[in-house]
Design a protein around this ligand. Sequence first.
Ligand code: VGL
Ligand code: ZN
Length: 208
Amino acid sequence: MQRKRALIVVDIQNDFLPGGVLAVPSGAAVIGKAAELMEGAWDAVVMTQDWHPKDHVSFAANNPGKSEGDMIMLPYGEQILWPVHCVAGTSGAAFPGRLSDRNADLIIRKGRERGIDSYSAFCAADGKTLTGLAGWLEERGITDVYVCGLATDFCVSYTAADAANAGFRTFVITDASAAIDIGGSLKAAEDTWRKLGISTVTTAEIEY
Ligand code: VGL
Ligand code: ZN
């Protein structure tokens, strides 16, 4: 079988970068790596953007009496509360200037529904609301999915897990990703990758 590879660049947005409201430590280093990857010979390149309405349920400010980092219970399960971030159309939600979307075939915007958070590029946090990305990749004959971006232990990991569960051979590009690492979240992500047969690679190991 001919293998076809897709690159998914997850949430490299100003709010997750130094100076942003939810800056991922060492997030800046991934911009150059991701930009370099996006110049490679992929069969498809997908970017994602966290893209929330102002009144999104995942913002601590929209949950009276709650603070950032608190957990609340929603119909679909536990939800961690974040600072206000990646509000649709703001500069915080934009890609940094150094990361061009020129080579993107598809840009997925997620977290647009007020009451449901969305880490994965494939599916919202309710486990039901699909973005259509699995079908989009399948219809193009993609067999292998490479995921990088921010944050390793949230949106990158959830995207990789859903890719693996959808039947794609899945890789996380570690040096083109950076983690938030709260409450053991990076270790939990790595455990999930092992269970699902997700491999890790570095940008230098990818051959075109
Ligand atoms: C993300 C927290 C909240 C991410 C998105 O892109 O990893 N993290 N929303
Ligand atoms: Zn978000």
